[in-house]
Design a protein around this ligand. Structure first.
Ligand SMILES: Cc1cc2nc3c(=O)[nH]c(=O)nc-3n(C[C@H](O)[C@H](O)[C@H](O)COP(=O)(O)O)c2cc1C
Length: 243
């Protein structure tokens, strides 16, 4: 499959493998991290012109390093809660992958006590918005929401397990460039004092013994949020060795 191997001039040892496979070229393009995109783009365009649909994968290099977590930190720094979404429907494949990621979240004793209700019906989303008085704005415009539930008879630490799964959904969504927001349901109340959980359970026909933790809204972003500034991290919260 390797059509050509080259070494590019760089202080680190870079191996450049060229494949003649047009379908992979988009994947490669997407892999380029922000900082290095221009360098790679320029190289890629030039190289593609020369080799007609060639793609180049650079392995073990400071340009694109598949083994370090720099790209993951970029994702974490840029992930912000998004409460306003465009009308655009979500790509079914992305939704499937988001749910796949949720279903393989780590859980205590691998009990996987969670259950997910995927809601796309606009009328139902608007009904869900009424589950509490404040903090439900994301449900107003999102095209899809995942209601994060869990069975407490399966795991005593269902809250932790379901929380991890909920955030896994948020991270996977961020990886697809989608916005998301956690809308708390457990221990929240409606304007009339009724528990938000009961309201959500009734709307979605969720069995009585199943708890509702939160609703994660998903959609294409219709607002800009600033990335986190790592220099503002509260390092005083880190206690080394002992408090
Ligand atoms: C447990 C939990 C409950 C939250 N509940 C709500 C909520 O009900 N409504 C909402 O709009 N955002 C909610 N959020 C999102 C937080 O407001 C948000 O994560 C926080 O302000 C930090 O902003 P960021 O997500 O952009 O980093 C919740 C987040 C967590 C982790």
């Amino acid at each position: 499959m390797f059509a050509k191997t080259e070494t590019i001039q760089n202080k680190s040892k870079n191996c450049v493998f060229a494949f003649f496979c047009p379908r992979l070229s988009l994947t490669f393009y997407n892999l380029c991290c922000t900082l290095t995109k221009q360098i790679i783009q320029a190289f890629f365009v030039l190289y593609s012109v020369c080799t007609n649909f060639a793609i180049v994968i650079i392995i073990d290099t400071k340009i694109i390093n598949f083994t370090d977590m720099n790209n993951f930190q970029d994702l974490v720094v840029n992930r912000r809660s998004i409460r306003k979404y465009t009308d655009q429907e979500l790509n079914g494949d992305n939704v499937k992958k988001i749910l796949e990621s949720a279903l393989i979240s780590p859980s205590s004793k691998s009990k996987m006590p969670w259950e997910f209700v995927v809601v796309e019906d606009k009328n139902v989303l608007i009904q869900l918005k009424e589950c509490k008085q404040f903090g439900t704005k994301p449900l107003e415009s999102c095209p899809l929401a995942v209601v994060i539930c869990a069975d407490p008879t399966v795991s005593d630490v269902w809250i932790e397990d379901a929380s991890v799964a909920a955030f896994m959904i948020q991270l996977q969504a961020a990886d697809f460039g989608l916005g998301s927001c956690w809308v708390q349901v457990r221990d929240r109340f409606m304007e009339n004092g009724d528990p938000s959980e009961e309201y959500v359970r009734n709307i979605l026909n969720i069995p009585d013994h199943i708890r509702v933790l939160c609703i994660v809204t998903l959609g294409y972003k219709d607002e800009d949020r600033k990335p986190y500034d790592l220099s503002k991290n509260k390092w005083e919260k880190i206690h080394i060795g002992q408090w």
